[in-house]
Design a protein around this ligand. Sequence first.
Ligand SMILES: NC(=O)c1ccc[n+]([C@@H]2O[C@H](COP(=O)([O-])OP(=O)(O)OC[C@H]3O[C@@H](n4cnc5c(N)ncnc54)[C@H](O)[C@@H]3O)[C@@H](O)[C@H]2O)c1
Length: 380
Amino acid sequence: MKVLITGGAGFIGSRLARKLQADGATVTIVDNLSEQIHGADAPFPAGLKDIARCIRGDVRDKPLMRGAIVGQDVIVHLAAETGTGQSMYAVEHYSDVNLQGTSVLLDLLVNERPATLRKLVVASSRAVYGEGQYRCAAHGTVYPTPRAEAAMSSGQFEPVCPACGEIVEIEPTAEPTPYGPSSFYGLTKQVQEQMVLMFASALGIDGFAMRYQNVYGPGQSLSNPYTGILAVFSNLVRQGKPLNIFEDGEESRDFVFVDDVVDATAACIRPDVHGVMALNVGAGERTTVLEVARAVIDYYGADVPVQVSGAYRVGDIRHNVADISRIRALAGFEPTWRFADGLKAFLDWANDYTPSDAGFDKSLKELSDRQLLRTGKVAS
Ligand SMILES: NC(=O)c1ccc[n+]([C@@H]2O[C@H](COP(=O)([O-])OP(=O)(O)OC[C@H]3O[C@@H](n4cnc5c(N)ncnc54)[C@H](O)[C@@H]3O)[C@@H](O)[C@H]2O)c1
């Protein structure tokens, strides 16, 4: 099996490349080694060139991509800009990389019809849902709209029922949940997945949009301040700096270990797995940001303050946990990593690197300057 992975030098892509190659695939990678992720003038990650054909280039470069798709059986399109907050002001750039990059790929596929291609996989995100799926005591399953400014600024962060305005309880979000991204990043992921599924159908091949939840683990960028809460927290704690927690710290995420994400993606690439659809990929376990902060501090035995400020970012969602029954039924995927074990594996790995400031304060100032980081309060 010949597999092209765009963004294959990144966190998920490099681990996926290694797994697929170990399973017998011939892997090609296209990656521009983006400075924000890899640092200035970075080479391909150690060892990657030994297991894959590594092409340094941009997915928006049509001639380069024309060459890269030749002879591939499967294309996994991971290359993207990935910062939720950053997407709210780097609008043109996010549109260009995420949407134009996907357009170039699909234009080539539909016009050149590579005869070998049988499957197209794109990295989508839980961000396509916005707040996602909740339960209202009076109205059953509901899909809250973005949280209101007035409620957030007074410290009421929980989503409310769109029908009656009462606070609702989180449910695992399933794939039929309507689209409702609350960030431009999420909107680009929505359009990317709709594009890929539309053209997979048009080409008569399999197409999967992998709605990854919050992926973490060894290999994630420790230098990108725009994404990756675990990397940000471990950097700050190791430098003895306080952890400033947005909202009231009770916001939660479905943290899924990178090896589980790789296994889920590899399972969907198997020749016996067919379809054209979106698939949630998560651990199905919900952890609050405050729990994450305490776990990171406990791991280091550090004495750093946790400051819960009530501040909030425009575009953030409140809670998230994925319903993974669809991918379980389709491809037999079962997550194997519990958060406590995965966090330890991540922190053990991160310890080998010198903690850096990583521009986190600068990233917050960029948001604040554009009124995308708002002051708030924690309800008493
Ligand atoms: N990590 C997560 O928590 C998460 C969650 C949901 C979805 N995703 C999606 O999964 C995919 C992979 O994410 P990741 O965490 O591995 O991110 P990453 O930033 O580590 O990897 C992305 C890779 O794409 C490359 N890239 C960026 N722009 C490019 C361009 N124009 N041309 C070629 N290469 C380019 C980067 O150099 C990087 O190596 C992304 O599409 C992301 O949106 C990730």
